[in-house]
Design a protein around this ligand. Structure first.
Ligand code: NDP
Length: 331
């Protein structure tokens, strides 16, 4: 597969270039940057043979059959629509878009063009979450009662740009809480029906952009879910806890981009660790996407998953803004 990177981004440099190159018969043909200088530097440093500031050059290139879109969030929609029109398969970063109508347009355009649309919700590719999902589905802890998600950290200096400055595309909810939402959907196989939230702002972020959050959600079966997320908490460990009628499943250090996380079950027999055989999250996502393009299976997270996560994230933002409980309706 010939790939073009749309966006000379940090996430591409850190994770995706390596993941594409780890796939059979896959190579990166070119990279798009809005800056000639930044694109040239990025291409040289990452060994990508070409760079351009013109998306049409990429879309007209027959060697390119997939694009990875990791520009700032406000560009995801237009770039996906352009790629679909040119019949390129699209792996898009989260959030899929900034609005529900835009996300729906993207899904419809890819479907009409007959191309694959995947979204890079990486946490569902973590082997610990995959094991946890299996155990929940097998009823290991009986009937689910409540869930807690811990996803607080201190935003590294290199990421303290649009995330904390841009009221439109930035903020913790669309950047990080949306990953928690996707992970919960993946683990529980369901969507919340109602959400409430309170946010913080001002410790790192500006102009009302949220840099901390507590969310409460109700899932079907009267299951209560709590999320704590933050950009401003150092020394915290990400994790999940699932409380059931017969026991508790505990995932520790598992809200990471790295292939880490330990899983424990606690019940009447005491506490024991469940072995997890880890794999690189991004290699897994790229393998699933490449297979989907070749006609086998689906991306790890589909466009519809991206739309659902966005819908819930926007409901959480609305709940925080209004102080009200918001009913979630996935379109
Ligand atoms: P970056 O800030 O690194 O990149 C976003 C865009 O910012 C790039 O496309 C680039 O524009 C521009 N840019 C980069 N460096 C500079 C600079 N020095 N001056 C001006 N502009 C610059 O963002 P991230 O890599 O952190 O995030 C990109 C996307 O990926 C987002 O949608 C984010 O939500 C998502 N993401 C997903 C992760 C995951 O694990 N799933 C992890 C991290 C981010 P240009 O292309 O024009 O050069």
């Amino acid at each position: 597969m010939g790939w073009a990177l749309i966006g000379a981004s940090n996430v591409a440099r850190q994770w995706i270039i390596d993941a594409i190159r780890a796939q059979d018969d896959s190579s990166i043909v070119t990279v798009l940057s809005s800056s000639e200088e930044r694109g040239a530097k990025f291409a040289a440093e990452t060994g990508i043979p070409a760079h351009t500031t013109d998306i049409d050059t990429i879309l007209a290139d027959d060697r390119v059959n997939a694009v990875y879109i990791s520009t700032a969030n406000e560009f995801h929609c237009d770039q996906t629509l352009a790629a679909a029109k040119a019949r390129k398969n699209v792996l898009c970063e989260k959030p899929l878009a900034l609005t529900i109508p835009d996300a729906r347009k993207m899904i419809a355009a890819c479907r009409a063009a007959g191309v694959v649309l995947g979204i890079n919700h990486h946490l569902r590719c973590n082997a610990m979450h995959q094991k946890l999902r299996q155990l929940l589905a097998e009823g290991t802890i009986g009937n689910l009662n409540a869930v807690r998600v811990f996803h607080a950290n201190f935003l590294p200096q290199i990421l303290q740009g649009w995330r904390i400055n841009d009221a439109k595309g930035g903020g913790l909810i669309l950047d990080s809480t949306i990953h928690d939402i996707d992970t919960l959907r993946f683990l529980m196989g369901d969507d919340p029906t109602h959400v409430m939230a309170m946010t913080q702002s001002g410790r790192l972020a500006h102009d009302g952009v949220e840099d901390g959050i507590m969310v409460i959600m109700r899932f079907p079966g009267d299951v209560l879910v709590q999320i704590h997320g933050s950009y401003t908490v150092p020394f915290s460990e990400g994790g999940v806890e699932f409380y059931g009628s017969e026991g508790v499943l505990i995932g520790r250090d598992c809200m990471s981009q790295r292939a880490v996380g330990r899983l424990f079950v606690r019940n009447a027999d005491g506490e024991k660790e469940i072995p997890v055989h880890h794999h690189n999250l991004y290699h897994y996502a790229l393998a699933a996407f490449s297979n989907a393009v070749r006609g086998a299976g689906q991306p790890a997270a589909t466009g519809e998953d991206g739309l659902a996560a966005l819908t819930i994230a926007l409901a959480i933002r609305e709940a925080a803004r209004t102080g009200r409980q918001i009913k979630v309706e996935i379109p």
